[in-house]
Design a protein around this ligand. Structure first.
Ligand SMILES: [Zn+2]
Ligand SMILES: [Zn+2]
Length: 370
């Protein structure tokens, strides 16, 4: 048996993504069928459309989302009706990284190949050809068929749009602060790029008790959002004195942590200048696969500075997504502030293209509206 659904399909190259009917096969042992309720529109979808991360197969777009368990296979400890957040990097649970508690480094995940752990896909287009779910989840589809490791149960009290954003931007941003950087109360930080991930980093810094949270962005609109979220200071990225201003706000010698939430080589190269001796740059925003930057290693050595790579907020989804949901429900993480316009599935493509405009909050595909 299969479940009929609509997905946003992208054939690669110059093809325009479009909404189309697909069939989703039933869950087998260890798998979960999720009826999607909300999906976030994230930059990593734009990277696919731009050809930054090319694939040789047709994919169902979307990688940030949440839904309700519609059916389960054998040996799944979830019930129909449970609310779940989808994780776009389902770990194998067996490799050295997984056993070491670093599932974001899993070497055996099928997610990067846009499929299930065994390399197959559960999706078929109505023309009979296979479709692969982006990062193993394809969250812009009405239904997702995923391994148990790709879903994290969260309380039904968490609103669907918030649950959706926990699956990528929030887990990445909060995790960058708490896991990758391990920011301590009283430390200082600059966040370059106040889009979805940057906004989550700001919330994470506030949660961690950072004394200075300085947002840098080219958009005044985004800086205003940053202030609403808890940025203590904001600096326009186009200001030729931006580096000096940030260092001055942090006390003159620079910040403890500089978060690159953009991933453009120019930004990455310049970001070390914000950091004080002994501080660290945290690379969070994803560049294109072939991006290169040049750095001065001498400076890093004599200043004891570090550059930290942060994939998915160094998150262990089963632990960290649940923790973020608890913090939200306890009133300690005002994640509602990140939720932007709700749009119907039919407008998902338009919303991905609109990511080139650096304004506003995260758009949410809301599967309950038309
Ligand atoms: Zn994302
Ligand atoms: Zn693994």
């Amino acid at each position: 048996m299969t479940t009929a659904a609509h997905a946003i399909l992208f054939a690669g190259g110059d093809a325009e993504p479009h909404i189309a009917p697909i069939q989703v096969r039933d869950p087998r042992a260890g798998e979960v069928l999720v009826r999607m309720t909300a999906a976030g529109v994230c930059h990593s979808d734009l990277h696919v459309l731009n050809g930054d991360w090319p694939f040789d197969h047709r994919i169902a777009l979307g990688h940030e989302g949440a839904g309700i368990v519609a059916a389960v296979g054998e040996n799944v400890d979830l019930a129909v009706g449970d609310q779940v957040v989808l994780s776009w990097y389902a770990p194998c649970g067996r490799c050295e990284a997984c056993v070491d508690g670093k599932s974001w480094l899993c070497a055996e995940s099928g997610a990067i190949g846009n499929g299930l752990p065994d390399g197959t896909t559960p999706l078929t287009a109505d023309d009979g050809e296979e479709v692969r779910p982006y990062l193993g989840v394809g969250t812009f589809s009405e239904y997702a068929l995923v391994p148990r490791a790709a879903v994290v149960k969260v309380p039904s009290e968490v609103p669907a749009p918030v649950a959706a954003l926990i699956g990528c931007s929030i887990a990445t941003g909060i995790g960058a602060v708490l896991n990758t950087a391990d920011v301590r109360a009283g430390q200082t930080a600059v966040v370059v790029g106040a889009g979805g991930v940057g906004q989550a980093i700001i919330l994470g810094l506030k949660l961690a008790g950072a004394s200075k949270i300085i947002a840098v962005d080219l958009s005044e609109d985004r800086l205003e959002i940053a202030r609403q979220l808890g940025a203590t200071d904001t600096v326009l990225g186009s200001d030729p004195d931006a580096v000096d201003r940030v260092r001055g706000i942090a006390g003159g010698s620079g910040v403890d942590f500089a978060f690159d939430a953009i991933g453009v080589p120019q930004v990455t190269e310049g970001i070390v200048a914000y950091v004080k001796s002994g501080g660290a740059v945290v690379l969070v925003g994803m560049p294109s696969r072939d991006a290169e930057v040049s750095i001065k290693p001498w400076r890093l050595i004599v200043s004891g500075q570090r550059i930290l790579g942060c994939n998915y907020g160094s998150s262990r989804p089963q632990v960290d997504f649940a923790k973020i949901a608890r913090l939200y429900l306890a009133g300690q993480l005002p994640l509602d502030l990140m939720v932007g316009e709700r749009i119907p599935q039919a407008r998902a493509v338009e919303a991905v293209h609109a990511l080139t405009q650096p304004v506003g909050k995260r758009k949410i595909v809301d599967f309950t509206i038309n």
